[in-house]
Write a protein that binds this ligand. Structure first.
Ligand code: PNS
Length: 164
């Protein structure tokens, strides 16, 4: 039984992430999506909400995956789960440079391999930071995130204040 560990901040989950979950599921028997903290980023949504948004997206698309949160080292989680590989997406050469370093460190720590999947062309420009920027500016985000995620985030958007 092969298990793919797909980690990220998912702040929030995007169409690009969902595409990667789908593709990881076509290669591995099981996919575990792991919501963690990136030490170099300040998060927007609380971890439990990020987990719920991914679960809603997975249910909507009827994908095979389990969603968990984690703290601490990814390599320790990979060893605990007896994961076959870590799966990450790459959109840009900057992503590739960063992922290559993380893949090396995670391999050094526990011998795990990392499988990098290139973003599909439609999702190559989609990122959580783009979605956050649009959302904070009051713009629509529905073309970049699953419908359930757009609905849940829109429902949490504060009503505009009336100016006199
Ligand atoms: O979506 P992101 O921000 O690229 O996700 C990054 C994440 C959470 C996967 C990464 O920061 C991570 O693995 N954090 C756990 C801590 C850890 O293991 N750090 C060493 C990795 S080389």
């Amino acid at each position: 039984m092969t298990l793919a560990l797909f980690p990220g901040s998912f702040d929030p989950v995007t169409n690009g992430h969902v595409d990667l979950i789908l593709r990881a599921g076509s290669v591995f028997d099981q996919v575990v999506v792991a919501v963690g903290a990136n030490a170099s980023k300040r998060s927007w949504l609380p971890v439990d909400q990020r987990v719920r948004l991914i679960e809603a997206a997975i249910e909507e698309d009827q994908l095979r995956a389990r969603v968990i949160s984690f703290s601490g080292l990814l390599a320790e989680l990979a060893a605990d789960l007896n994961a076959t590989a870590i799966v990450k997406g790459v959109r840009t050469t900057a992503d590739l440079d960063s992922e290559a370093i993380q893949a090396q460190v995670n391999h050094d720590l526990c011998g795990i391999q990392t499988v990098l999947l290139p973003a599909t062309s439609g999702n190559a420009r989609v990122s959580s930071s783009l979605v956050r920027e649009l959302f904070f500016a009051g713009a629509q985000i529905d073309r970049y995130v699953p419908p359930s995620v757009a609905a849940m985030l829109e429902a949490s958007r504060p009503a505009p204040t009336q100016s006199a």
